[in-house]
Design a protein around this ligand. Structure first.
Ligand code: G3P
Ligand code: CA
Length: 679
């Protein structure tokens, strides 16, 4: 659920004030909602009511005050200097760094349904453009004419139509050409089918459920999952902090300490050493992060590594955990053993060398989170680089242009090969930013979440972390299992059993499907790898039977999307001459296709390459590797691998898949390296 701070963090600070906005920005919100009115001398100011009586010590209409007069009015904030009504200009000055640094959005509600404020639409557009923030605004109003007018003045703006009733919002969509509806949350009820609109549904909550600063009352926490099922994509709330974490760098604290190893202080490589334990994977820290030591019986010293990563060394799955992909910085190393808390002064990576104070051996299985906790403040989060911000805006524009009412949009990615030292955190931020803007209907990951080179417990935990990251996008997640996910790569001595990986990744269901009544599409997710079989790549007999049955029992007139990690045919798979039962599976799909159940596409990852194979009567679509790498060889004929570069937009590679309500073509809108595709 996308969370917006309604009038700022308005339960804690006076609504629509710079303090309330600043406080809201500390949280990982999608955006800030605010209200604008106009003064007698034409200044746009941020205040909810037409009159100043409720929120200031003055009386009368905003329209009858000059700005100078309005600025004399005081807004009590309970302590210290009183607040003043901010101008829109002041608010934009405050919020601009958050918009450009973290892709914060602003919903400007034009309060022009009671006082018309002629010219407000042109003036607010001009002001926002002056700040270079046009791409960060959603305009809304309870007055349909105002929503229609602002769109007419600038067809590129994002708008939302406001009304208590979702039905009335929907009824006004056509005349206003609004891009979203903004109904009152308490009027959203089952059976309205708002999820079928294919538009952002931003519901707002006030009145008896969320007191403002200084008001009496109890906060009612919304059931966001229930709302999501009814089609609500976004929530405006006075209590953004109830729903959002503080913006802060995260620390992967599930890493395990391996007894009997420690980093060599000169080379940084792990070497054997009695009586100590160390984390094999270097852990990322950011300047300002604080480490609290919670294990009084243990002491530690820190080995610092540079934050500069050699891109060649994060090449997917040639990464060896015991080697370095970054350089040790001996000058920054803690010389002395200690059990004190510490704050990191700069960005980089660490290995902790830990020992028991009583000199006994270190136990197995200790994780960093068992012995210390890490925290960081919002200031320690680097801003989103401008090349990503442009790509985020471009992706949104392209999706909006090609996604009609009744279409579906999914974030589609493959082969994240998560390990520390990669760029997953940035990928996640980009996914989140695009997700907030386009409100996708789901996320699909085509497998190989991690390299599968670690002990199975660590692989499992990393998968769960990546899964949680994807779930944090707030929409349903569907996945396929990749060959690396079985933890059997390169004869890993600690593979998952079949039961283990089916439970971990698929909740025990080897194959599954979901139905979407709006687009009449059945999406099928297949398992395509079994390390225990001689022909490891492909589909077992049970899957073939299940697939045939699933195709046969699909309602008339419905269409298919098929997803697997491994491609279904050997001619589009470099690594094996056979794909077990692949041809049978493709023939089944061809039959369905011929018999009036169009197969819109069969998607796969695994090849780390882009390709659309069209020889079977339906498109078989390969998507490149989400993790940046330089891996152009060992590809099937016809596959394409775009150039990638760290610190550039081509570092990323994933798609927004648009499934249209009618017609059999699909749009794949690329974020990062590569190009947009159409089937
Ligand atoms: O924009 C959503 C919501 O703010 C509309 O109601 O009265 O709070 O402006 P109100
Ligand atoms: Ca409002």
């Amino acid at each position: 659920m996308n969370i917006w701070a309604h009038r700022g963090l308005s339960y804690k600070y006076p609504e629509n004030t710079l303090t309330a906005f600043r406080a809201a920005c500390a949280y990982d919100i999608t955006g800030i909602e605010l209200d604008i009115q106009k003064t007698k001398d034409g200044e746009i100011v941020v205040i909810h009511d037409e009159k100043v009586d409720r929120t200031t010590d003055g009386t009368g209409f905003v329209k009858d005050f000059t700005l100078k007069e309005l600025k004399q009015l005081k807004i009590a904030n309970g302590e210290g200097e009183p607040e003043r009504i901010p101008t829109m200009r002041e608010v934009l000055e405050l919020l601009k760094p958050y918009c450009l640094g973290d892709d914060l959005l602003i919903n400007i509600e034009m309060k022009n349904s009671e006082v018309r404020y002629e010219g407000m639409e042109e003036e607010i557009l001009r002001l926002v453009a002056e700040f270079g923030l046009s791409d960060h605004i959603v305009y809304s109003s309870f007055l349909p004419e105002a929503v229609a007018l602002i769109k007419e003045l600038d067809p590129t703006v994002r708008t939302g139509i406001l009304h208590d009733s979702p039905d009335q919002c929907v009824a006004w969509l056509e005349q206003t050409k609004a891009d979203a509806i903004h109904p009152f949350v308490q009027e959203v009820v089952p059976g309205q089918h708002l999820e079928r609109l294919g538009l952002p549904v931003r519901a707002w909550n006030i009145r008896n459920q969320e007191p403002f600063f200084g008001e009496e009352g109890t906060v009612v926490r919304q059931d966001t999952e229930k709302l999501r099922k009814m089609g609500v994509t976004d929530l405006f709330t006075n209590n953004a902090d109830l729903y959002c974490e503080l913006r802060a760098p995260r620390f992967r604290d599930t890493m395990r300490l391996i007894p009997g190893v420690a980093p060599d202080p000169q080379t940084g490589l792990l070497t054997e050493k009695e009586g100590v334990a160390a984390n094999v994977e270097p852990a990322e820290v950011r300047a300002g992060m604080r480490m609290r030591w919670n294990a009084p019986h243990l002491e530690y010293r820190i080995h610092r590594y540079s934050g500069e990563i050699d891109p060649a060394l994060i090449y997917t799955y040639t990464y060896h955990p015991e080697s370095n992909w970054t350089t040790i910085c001996p000058e920054k190393e803690t010389e002395d053993w200690t059990d004190a808390d510490r704050t990191f002064e700069d960005d980089g990576y660490i290995r902790l060398e830990v020992r028991r104070k009583d000199g006994q051996e270190m136990a197995e299985g200790i994780r960093l989170k068992d012995i210390c906790t890490f925290s960081g403040s919002p200031d320690h989060l680097p801003p989103i680089p401008s090349y990503f911000l442009q790509e985020i805006q471009e992706t949104e524009r392209t999706v909006r242009a090609c996604r009609g009412r009744g279409d579906r949009a999914y974030l589609l990615l493959a082969d994240s090969h998560y390990a520390t030292g990669g760029h997953w955190e940035e990928t996640l931020r980009n996914l989140k930013a695009v997700s907030r803007r386009i409100c996708p209907d789901g996320v699909i990951h085509l497998g190989d979440f991690t390299d599968g080179l670690m002990p199975s417990e660590q692989t499992g935990e990393w998968f769960l972390e990546v899964k949680e990251d994807l779930l944090s996008l707030g929409c349903p997640l569907r996945i396929c299992v990749g060959n690396h996910d079985t933890n059997s790569f390169r004869n890993n001595p600690d593979p998952f059993t079949r039961e283990e990986w089916e439970t971990l990744y698929l909740d025990g269901k080897k194959n599954s499907f979901t139905d979407d009544a709006r687009t009449k599409v059945r999406s099928i997710f297949l398992s395509s790898f079994d390390p225990k079989e001689k022909e490891r790549y492909g589909f077992d007999a049970g899957t073939v039977v299940w697939f045939a049955k699933t195709l046969l029992t699909t309602p008339i007139g419905w269409r298919f999307l098929i997803f697997s990690h491994v491609p279904p045919l050997p001619e589009i798979h470099y690594w094996s001459k056979e794909i077990r039962n692949g041809l049978t599976m493709v023939r089944l799909a061809q039959t369905a296709n011929r018999l009036g159940h169009p197969v819109l596409g069969w998607f796969h990852g695994h090849n780390h390459a882009d390709q659309i194979y069209r020889r079977k009567g339906f498109p078989i679509i390969s998507i490149g590797c989400v993790k940046m790498e330089d891996f152009k060889d060992k590809k099937p004929n016809g596959a394409f691998v775009p150039d990638r570069k760290a610190g550039d937009v081509t570092q990323e590679l994933w798609d927004v898949l648009v499934v249209h309500g009618s017609g059999n073509s699909l749009d794949l809108i690329r974020f990062g390296a590569g190009t947009d595709r159409k089937t």
